[in-house]
Design a protein around this ligand. Structure first.
Ligand SMILES: *Cc1c(COP(=O)(O)O)cnc(C)c1O
Length: 222
């Protein structure tokens, strides 16, 4: 099936409150243009250089999301235009995003990435670190970033029960933060979880933003 057919099938299957981020990493501009022609406007990328190259050459009304591990020294390149950073996994990174946002006269929306999967290699705050950070003076002083929610990934496994458990954990951290630290902050409303292989489970467990790559674009091309 074509990219536009995949996109239509997936979009029409999503509940109305769920935002689709089309993950276009390792796919050429032509693939993004096909999805764009079918109406998609939100795209996600994992690598700064690849993203910046695409941002310069593709339509300016695309909303670009950054979803990969972001090194502090790359923040300055995406700060002028990025619409949401899903993958803020440490305090130092957020401090740099805040600094670069200020330089650009912007406020940058960010999700804090939570670590719930069993793998050692996954990035993100553990729940206690997340809560500690939100209470910190350093965070209170960051005026050019806005935390609009949480992102997380389930364990990389075929065990559906395990995946569901990880998503439940993310939802509970999200609900707790929304009821406490972000009480009365309507902008804290994004729970980004679910990829091609597990987004249906993620939605059942409360996701309202899914990051789908290969189910739209096919296998990554380079
Ligand atoms: C690559 C990637 C995705 C998309 O993965 P697919 O399995 O191709 O849908 C989603 N989230 C993150 C963080 C990724 O790096």
């Amino acid at each position: 099936m074509s990219i536009s057919e995949n996109l239509k099938n997936i979009s029409s299957s999503l509940p109305g409150n769920v935002t689709l981020v089309a993950i276009s990493k390792f796919h050429p501009n032509e693939s993004i243009e096909e999805a764009y022609a079918a109406g998609q406007r939100i795209f996600g990328e994992s690598y700064e250089q690849e993203l910046s190259q695409k941002q310069r050459t593709l339509p300016t009304d695309i909303q670009w999301h950054f979803i990969g591990h972001l090194q502090s020294n790359k923040v300055k390149y995406i700060a002028p235009y990025i619409s949401l950073i899903h993958s803020v996994d440490n305090a130092k990174l957020l401090k740099e995003i805040n600094k670069q946002a200020a330089k650009n006269g912007r406020t940058i929306d960010c999700l804090l990435q939570l670590h719930v999967a069993k793998e050692e290699t996954k990035y993100g705050f553990f729940e206690d670190e997340f809560e500690e950070f939100l209470d910190s003076e350093a965070f209170a002083q960051m005026e050019n970033v806005r935390i609009t929610g949480i992102m997380g990934m389930a364990s990389n496994t075929d065990d559906e029960a395990r995946i569901r458990e990880d998503f439940k954990k993310l939802k509970s951290v999200f609900d707790k933060a929304k009821a406490t630290k972000f009480k009365d902050k309507d902008y804290f409303n994004i729970l980004s979880m679910g990829m091609s292989g597990d987004y249906e489970i993620a939605i059942e467990e409360g996701s309202n933003m899914v990051r789908i790559g290969s189910a739209i674009f096919g296998p990554r091309q380079y």
